[in-house]
Design a protein around this ligand. Sequence first.
Ligand code: NAI
Length: 354
Amino acid sequence: MTDADGHDSATRLEFVHVAQDPVTGLRACIAIHNTARGPAFGGCRMRSYESEHAAITDAARLAEGMTLKNALAGLPFGGGKAVIFQPEEPESRAQLFRAFGREVERLGGRYITAEDVGTTPEDMRAVNSVTRFVSGIPRSSGFGGDPGRFTAMGVFHAIRVAARTLLDQDSLEGLQIGVQGLGAVGAELCALLAAEKAELWVSDLVPLRAADVADRWGAKILSSEALFEAELDILSPCALGAVFDVANVGKIQAKVIAGAANNQLASLEIGDVLDTRGIWYLPDFLINAGGIIAVAREYLGTGSERAVRDEVQMIGPRVEQLIHMVRKEQRPPARIAMAWAERLLQREARATAD
Ligand code: NAI
């Protein structure tokens, strides 16, 4: 099976909910992968899909990633994800998201949603008008809203650890770092890296976004293809998934890969090839957890800027732990991180059975 991004996929799900609403044009799929740790929590993506099959496969892979991510982040949630087919011309975006919210409500709390690529805090506000099983909403009373900057923060902590532990650099000053995708996460990541005097190379499909980052931080603009083949210290994919595949895995020149995009590897075997080539791949589901930490704490009512920053900072020590395990077990990082998450899930399942 192959999804919209070109991943190979054979994900086993607990439950899939497919919904259509002819009045608003909603076509959506909610995939619940694993609820051993708690209700499934993961964002809602809206984009064009070629077929229902491609949409369900995308939701399934993303839901599996959420299971791993939530477990490694120590959150009391399982993994799930929703996708909405981008309608040609929605009559009303708010109505579309209210219709989606009604589907979330029908699941009675088994799935909790938030933003992802193609959806906004305003959309989540519309969802919230019909269900409470939603997060990532700007709240007048305090903490909440778009979690992108926390995701960027987590990736930044991972990059710092990678620089120190893998590249023997105490600071990021002068390191050549490439960022693909300059949206909510990538642009914020560039700001953090520029503040540490890293040398930035960037690419985005939207030329204005790349120009803006170049103006602000002196970044140099490349095509994505050139960025992936550049001799960088660190490459940070922050656009969409499946960016490493059989066609380009032999051409990547960066020493370390550490980015926010979900499901960067077209398949686990691509991670093996990177490993054989001596390239460190820090798995997305370990280092891009900042956003889910923020929306989870917002949902639980335990979020504050300070508490979430502190929790996101813990991604750094987890990366250190992963590097230690990889060096000890001599297996690729993606496989080690998956096995680590699965051990946590099995422990949870045993505790529930006892
Ligand atoms: P976004 O939609 O705000 O930004 C994505 C950017 O990538 C856009 O500027 C787009 O033009 C660019 N882009 C798309 N395809 C490209 C290509 N082929 N080459 C160059 N640029 C390309 O998305 P956001 O929120 O910044 O998320 C980025 C990635 O991180 C996504 O894969 C998302 O699933 C993942 N992620 C985001 C989280 C968040 O808190 N926003 C949390 C965890 C993961």
